[in-house]
Design a protein around this ligand. Structure first.
Ligand code: ADP
Length: 545
């Protein structure tokens, strides 16, 4: 029989401080862009000081404490101090609209808000509408504090500065809630996903295995995924668990700043959404700068274009690994890594697999079903609703009175996907973005990926427009690269022969800018509104387009 010891998130940092105490954490200060450097031992010391300050202020287990902050050492300390006390660290995405932020902060009933200087204007706008909020802690030192005479605005450095580092972390039950993250709510109000110590620890452990991130104490990791979105993909836990050097980019996610950190800190592993990597590639284009230390980059959050994987391979010798997940899954669900028998395949055939979202990580159960809930085969062609379950998948949204899963525990992800005989899942659409033409489904994602392969296309989005004849027809909306000239026909030529004829968009609409959501994804709801009155040309034709 084995011991029943359970672990808490605070134990992760305690472990890192003792056994990897000299390993560095580097973060870009929001105040002035300069780098702050210290190590895990010092991070623990300040985390303990913060825990004492929080406790002294009256924070109790179960209280919600919000953060609205970039990836920095102070934000890292907040994650561990809040959860270590048994309170709940609520990471708020500052890119949301004011009305959504007001809803989220009130719904969570946050007592305290730890906020970066860059987001103070948001707090000023919302403060009078947040009755539960008792105080605001500005993540800054005294020198950079804004002038205020409000007693409920505190300076982080002064607040923790007077504290000792003596804390007795409470022993917590494994299922104690630790953190709260709202999905951006493209439809309806945002919904809160409440992680627990157990779910976060299991998830962090899994992402550290070599089939997922594969981080070890030999790695220097740039955490380019924001801590305010989707639990920072578990990196804030998995790095100290592995004893990896951790680099946090602060407010600067532009290509130049990212390159500077990759280069100066010999980063070997990084993770972030595709936009971060296209910005990096853009800033490297035409220069002789290389990325000799970078072994691997994991990317996801939206589909990764094939050209990006190829460019990283061919020009920089960096393996770009496609992954898929969602806030509701802590967020990791799949990663796309080649199996032994695929190593001998041609590069082209390997790429076909690598652009897919990949196979589920161990611990996540996954299936695709039709509209009646019947399971579909793993034949790579049948498209169905993607269902998942597992110990780091949500069961019930925060403060809801009913579960969001079916009687067997399956969560409908809202994604439409295929699964091939190798177990590789590929997202073909969001259920709400699917285009149904003549009773058949058209994958907007597949068309977008093909259109984005044209060098003059910066962003491509495909939406369904109402058709009298076919129900819906696809319209391709394109934001072209600045100074590039391209015609609709040239773009459509790139699609011909690669998809069924009736999938070809009826038209291409050029726009100056494709609207994005708070999490940097294409805002199809706005696009659909914009093109609401558009009628497809197919309505005038008599045959299937
Ligand atoms: P938000 O709705 O707040 O953006 P998430 O970041 O949790 O929330 O988004 C999850 C959704 O993002 C998934 O359900 C899926 O539609 C999409 N997504 C995530 N990763 C990928 C990927 N690699 N390829 C395509 N879509 C993805």
């Amino acid at each position: 029989m084995m011991q029943q010891e359970s672990r808490t998130l605070a134990d992760v940092l305690e472990y890192a401080a003792v056994f990897h105490g000299q390993v560095e954490l580097v973060s870009r200060r929001v105040e002035d862009g300069r780098l702050h450097r210290y190590n895990y031992a010092q991070a623990l010391q300040r985390t303990r000081q913060l825990a004492r300050a929080l406790r002294g202020w009256g924070v109790k287990p179960g209280d919600r404490i919000a953060t609205m902050a970039w990836n920095t050492h102070r934000h890292f300390e907040a994650w561990y101090a809040i959860t270590g006390l048994g309170a709940i660290c609520h990471t708020v995405n500052p890119r949301l609209f004011d009305t959504q932020l007001e809803f989220i902060l009130n719904h969570a009933q946050d007592l305290l808000l730890l906020v970066d200087l860059s987001f103070l204007p948001i707090v000023e706008r919302l403060r009078s509408k947040l009755p539960c909020l008792k105080a605001v802690v500005v993540l800054s030192d005294e020198a950079c504090m804004p002038a205020t005479d409000r007693p409920d605005v505190l300076c982080y450095e002064s607040w923790i500065g007077g504290e000792t580092d003596e804390v007795d972390w409470p022993r917590l039950e494994p299922d104690t809630p630790s953190s709260l993250c709202y999905t951006s709510g493209t439809t309806g109000n945002p919904k809160g996903v409440l992680y627990t110590h157990r779910s976060n620890l299991l998830h962090a452990d899994v992402v550290n295995n070599s089939g997922v991130f594969g981080i070890s104490c030999a790695d220097s990791v740039l955490m380019a995924v924001p801590m305010f979105h989707a639990n920072s993909w578990g990196l804030a836990y998995s790095c100290p668990m592995a004893g990896a050097k951790l680099i946090m980019p602060g407010a600067q996610l532009d290509g130049e700043s990212i390159f500077e950190l990759l280069d100066e800190h010999q980063v070997s592993f990084s993770a972030g959404v595709p936009t971060v990597w296209s910005n990096l590639l853009q800033s490297l284009r035409g220069t002789d700068r290389k990325l000799p230390c970078l072994r691997e980059v994991v990317t996801g959050g939206s589909a990764v274009p094939r050209w990006m994987i190829e460019t990283f391979d061919r020009e920089y010798g960096v393996r770009l690994v496609h992954a898929w997940g969602m806030t509701e899954m802590s967020p990791t669900g799949t990663s796309s890594r080649l199996k032994t028998y695929m190593q001998s395949w041609s590069y082209e055939r390997q790429l076909e697999m690598r652009v897919k979202q990949g196979h589920p990580v161990y611990g996540v159960a996954m299936k695709i079903v039709d509209d009646n809930g019947s399971q579909l085969p793993h034949d790579g062609a049948s498209m169905g609703r993607l269902l998942v379950k597992g110990p780091w998948v949500v069961r019930r949204y925060f403060r809801e009175d009913h579960d969001c899963v079916d009687a067997d525990g399956w969560l409908d992800t809202g994604d439409i996907a295929t699964i091939d005989p190798h177990g590789f899942m590929q997202i073909t659409d969001r259920a709400k973005d699917l285009i149904k033409s003549g009773g058949e489904w058209i994958s907007s994602v597949e068309l977008e990926n093909l259109a984005a392969g044209h060098p003059a296309v910066k962003l491509a989005a495909v939406i369904g427009v109402a058709s009298e004849k076919w129900g819906e027809r696809p319209l391709l909306v394109v934001e072209a690269e600045r100074q590039a000239s391209v015609t609709a026909e040239e773009i459509l030529d790139g699609l011909r022969g690669k998809v069924a004829k009736w999938w070809l968009p009826d038209a291409v609409a050029f726009v100056d800018e494709i609207p994005l959501t708070a999490t940097g994804k294409i805002n199809k709801r706005l696009l659909r509104q914009q093109f609401r009155d558009r009628r497809p040309t197919a309505d005038k034709e008599s045959t299937v387009p």
